[in-house]
Each structure stands twice: as structure tokens, then as C-alpha cells.
Design a binder for this molecule. Sequence first.
Ligand code: PMM
Length: 279
Amino acid sequence: MIWSPPVVMAPQMVVGILNVTPDSFSDGGRYDSLGAAITHGCQLHDEGAGLVDVGGESTRPGAQRIDAATEIHRVVPVIRALTEAGVPTSVDTTRATVAAAAVEAGAAVVNDVSGGLADPEMLPVVASLGCPYVIMHWRGHSAGMQALAVYDDVVQMVRDELSQQVDAALAAGIAREVIILDPGLGFAKTAAHNWALTKHLDRIVDLGFPVLFGASRKSYLGALLADDQGRPRPADQRAAATVATSLIAIAAGAWGVRVHDVQDTVDALAVWRRTQEEP
Ligand code: PMM
């Protein structure tokens, strides 16, 4: 498939989340049949998602890994069917073999939560695919990542480590123009780290690449909205808080937001965009 920069790189992109996994943290198990996944992907697109991000491996904290064949079996039929339906997709994977199979099936973007660190083949394969590539800040696989949430100055360290990931991508032959950065909220981050990155996202935007921001329904929002017994707000009741973070991110100059609740996000961004015009 030929990548079309104007469509994929349009600003204020809303990326809809489609997890085809039995165990993702907020929508796990809902879209693990092919028909349900395709219907939901088409709905996200109809609501205004410019990309539908299809993931077959759960990355929630503590999650165990699955093998590459299972991951391909989960994501490729969904990506192929959505492509045939005219829905642009990205593949959420850390594996080069999955990325290559997904792009072959029609995915326009590779979204790698490890930013090239999990699989040594990923950077050369993405260089040869030539597609846009999301480099997320990452320190280790989900099973042990929360032990790695140690920073002096989280914003500075995420900036520095993302810059090193970018250097590796460029050295592998990935073009500068296809790189998108993501601070990786919730990945080896405590709630305080997530809040610091939400507040100072402009410092990640300053690196000079499009920035994708993914706070949707994450646990730091659930903790903020805990009830008076300290019980976190359930994941499916965090939409308004997610929309607020998305607006903050776009106002700070983010290129896009990765969300479960596409319609609410699209509506909120329409309001924000209108305020950028003359009355
Ligand atoms: N978060 C998750 C999965 N993939 N990809 C990017 N680029 N950024 C993220 O923050 C991100 C991601 C985990 O959340 P999910 O279970 O809701 O998909």
C-alpha cells in the first residue's frame, strides 16, 4: 500500500483504539471476535477517527507476552478487513514480523510502544517499509515495567531517552519525516510521572516531531476520580477525564491523541478548533 502523507499526518489526529485481545485493561475481551472487531473499527472511523490502532498483545502493567503467530492471527484479518472497508489503520506492535505482516495487510502506520527497543529487527524493517512510525518512550516489557518507574526529572529523562530512540531509528535508515513521538503514559510511569508529562507535554513537542498522546482511561485518571472509599473510578467511566487530557495535549501542540471514546474527543476538538478562529 502506498502511504499518503497528507491524510496520515493531518494535525489533531484522533486515533481510535481497537484492542483485539482477551485482557487489555479497559476494553479487554470486548472485540476479540473478528466480526465485533471490524464493526467497532468501522464505528470508530465513522465517529471521526483518522486512524484505527489495532493491537493484538496486551500491554497493561503486569501482562504476560503472547507469541508472534498468535499476535499476527489476531491483528492481520482485522487490518485487512478494515482496509477493504476504507478505514485507515495502524498496528500496535513491538515485533518486526507483526509490523511487516500488518503493513502488507494494509496498515498505514506502525505504532511501536517499545520505540524499537523490544525487537532488534524492528528499526531495519520499518526503514524498509517506509511507513510512519510511532516511537513511544519505553523502558521494559509490561511484566516488570513498573519497577523501572524511577526518574530524577521525568520530563527531562523521557525527552533524553526518546531522543536516543530517535537517533537509533535515524541510524537504521528511518526517515525523519515519518517519525512520531509518544511519551508513553503508564509505561514505567507512576501517576505523578503521568501528571508531570501531561502538564509539560510542550517539552516533548519541542523535540520537533509530531507527538501522539495516549492517556485514554488510564489508571492515573481512575485514581484522580476515586470515590470517598479510595476505589478508583472504573475504566469505562473515565471518558470525560480522558477528553480533558486530550484537549490539554492538543492545546500544548500534540499532533494526535489515542483514545477509546472517539466521538466525545472529536466533539471536544471541534470546540477547541473553533476557539482558534476569529469569532
Ligand atoms: N498505550 C497502550 C497501548 N498502546 N500506544 C501508544 N502509541 N501510546 C500509548 O499510550 C499506548 C499505546 C495501553 O493502553 P490500551 O490498553 O488502552 O491500549
